[in-house]
Design a protein around this ligand. Structure first.
Ligand code: ADP
Length: 484
């Protein structure tokens, strides 16, 4: 029998995602399954926000108990083979949790406590069936409660080794200290694990009780121990350093492949790149950009201050003056949306802003862009720069987090070597403008562009290497693989 690793996550592509977390949970589990692990995923069922058409969802016979602190609640579990049949996923339909949107409610903390509670209950069911989870692996604050409940409540899951993976330290799951009892925590657990700065901090609690803390790139693992990137938890992470490790994310090379991507009008690959030009023309036509030879700069992003979208808005006029065109897809912070909207109004024909979450258009932007902007203030790993490279768009990124670990920086356009993109350091609009100015020069140099594109498209960002490192961590915690 293969050992079971139980993952707990709010997001799971293609069923429901708001960012990279969903993509990671689409890519990592099947790669682990290929290494001989029986991977199970617990995630929410959010009603209309969950796309589950085409899945053979089998409801469990009986509801599960997800009561917290005496509040009686039951949830329904729908089991399905996902990830092309290699993984078992449990979709949890529960009060509060299943409401039509993933996030954005006042009681999100309670909603995801219920998800954590359900994961524990599913673990207990597996235990009663004689197939207990060998490892519990929780992702981000939404799943932190799973680790906390498993470790601090009495029961057979107490001794199951656990990991918490930080996909973004900016989101920690905070509540007033007075909520601890309501969320099912004893005063001891609150003081020993959850208490931070006079409040309850779920992520910090999971850091304390989990056996390992992982994050999604080696550079981010170093950065989050510093005041600049630690989101106030740098001291805690320095203290817990011996159990913190950075493992670089991969991308799903099958789903993200310009040779087979059905969202694109033309197929292409590193060995047959012609179709990329057709994709660029098609993108211009689709979005109403003037036809011509100007290099196209793309952005696909959540709109939060993390992503440096304000700087993109600020430099847009300069980018256009220098002969570039800009396509931005994203939604989120209203002030940032407003800023991009007005930039696009003023620079009509050269700048387009689409306020939407649209996977197909995102893919056409990766394919139709010459360059891809990622001026992040911080970036735990970042997947979009990898998708961009795979689709032959050259990233221009700030040198932080996973961007450092995935983009090989260009030093001279006359000697591209193994470079795949442009990295710059400083956090400012001027620094981004400088990098874009260089990018426009490079985009007009066919030899340099060809070499950069080829390097990017041929880079190996597969999940296999990451999955092997996760497996090493699991084995370090006692997981034993059966001989094949
Ligand atoms: P983060 O997780 O911080 O949002 P990542 O780069 O890790 O950033 O992952 C972002 C993921 O979300 C990518 O798959 C990207 O294509 C997708 N994405 C972000 N914004 C949009 C959007 N507006 N429409 C479609 N896909 C988007």
């Amino acid at each position: 029998m293969k050992p079971i690793v139980l993952h707990v996550t709010a997001e799971l592509s293609p069923h429901h995602k708001s960012g990279g977390l969903g993509d990671v949970l689409a890519g990592l589990p099947p790669a682990l399954a290929r290494l001989g692990v029986d991977v199970r995923v617990v995630t929410g069922f959010y009603g209309s926000a969950s796309k589950v058409a085409g899945l053979d969802l089998r409801p469990w016979d009986a509801p599960i108990d997800v009561s917290i602190a005496g509040n009686r609640m039951e949830a329904r579990v729908f089991e399905a083979r996902t990830h092309g049949g290699s993984v078992t996923t449990y979709f949890v339909e529960a009060p509060h949790l299943s409401r039509g949107k993933l996030y954005g409610y006042d009681d999100d903390l309670y909603r995801f406590a219920i998800l954590g509670r359900a994961a524990v209950e599913i673990g207990l069911v597996l235990d009663r069936m004689g197939t207990p989870p060998a490892i519990l692996h929780a992702h981000d604050w939404h799943a932190a409660s799973a680790v906390l409940y498993a470790r601090t409540w009495p029961g057979p899951l107490r001794g199951v080794p656990s990991l918490i993976t930080i996909h973004n330290l900016a989101y920690q799951g905070l509540a007033p200290a007075s909520q601890a009892g309501f969320l099912g925590y004893s005063p001891e657990t609150y003081h020993h694990a959850l208490a931070f700065d006079g409040a309850l901090n779920l992520l910090k609690g999971a850091f304390v009780v989990a056996d390992r803390i992982t994050t999604v790139s080696p550079t981010y693992a170093r950065e989050i121990r510093t005041a600049r990137y630690g989101h106030d938890l740098e001291h805690v992470l320095r203290w817990l350093s011996p159990k913190l490790i950075g493992i670089l994310n991969g991308i799903d090379a099958e789903s993200w492949n310009p040779a087979t991507d059905r969202a694109l009008g033309a197929a292409y690959s590193a060995s047959d790149p012609e179709g990329k030009l057709a994709c660029r023309d098609a993108l211009r036509f689709e979005l109403g950009l003037s036809p011509g030879r100007s290099p196209v700069f793309g952005v696909v992003s959540r709109f939060t201050s993390q992503k440096g979208i304000d700087w993109v808005g600020e430099i847009a006029p300069q980018l256009v003056r220098q002969g570039g065109q800009l396509v931005v897809l994203g939604e989120g912070d209203a002030a940032l949306e407003h800023r991009l909207y007005w930039a696009a109004q003023r620079l009509r024909g050269s700048v387009v802003y689409v306020r939407a979450f649209d996977d197909g258009l995102a893919r056409r932007i990766y394919a139709g862009s010459d360059m891809f902007l990622m001026p992040s203030r911080f970036e735990p790993c970042g997947l979009t720069q990898m998708y961009a490279m795979r689709y032959g768009a050259v990233p221009i990124a700030r040198a932080t987090g996973g961007l450092v670990d995935t983009v090989a920086p260009l030093h001279s356009q006359y000697d591209v070597g193994g470079a795949t993109g442009i990295l710059y350091e400083e956090e400012s609009a001027e620094a981004l403008a400088g990098a874009v100015e260089w990018g426009i020069q490079v985009a007009r140099d066919p030899g340099a562009m060809h070499a950069l594109r080829q390097n990017g498209m041929r880079s190996d960002f597969s999940w296999e290497r990451s999955a092997e490192t996760y497996l090493e961590v699991y084995m370090d915690l006692g997981l034993e693989l059966d001989a094949p």
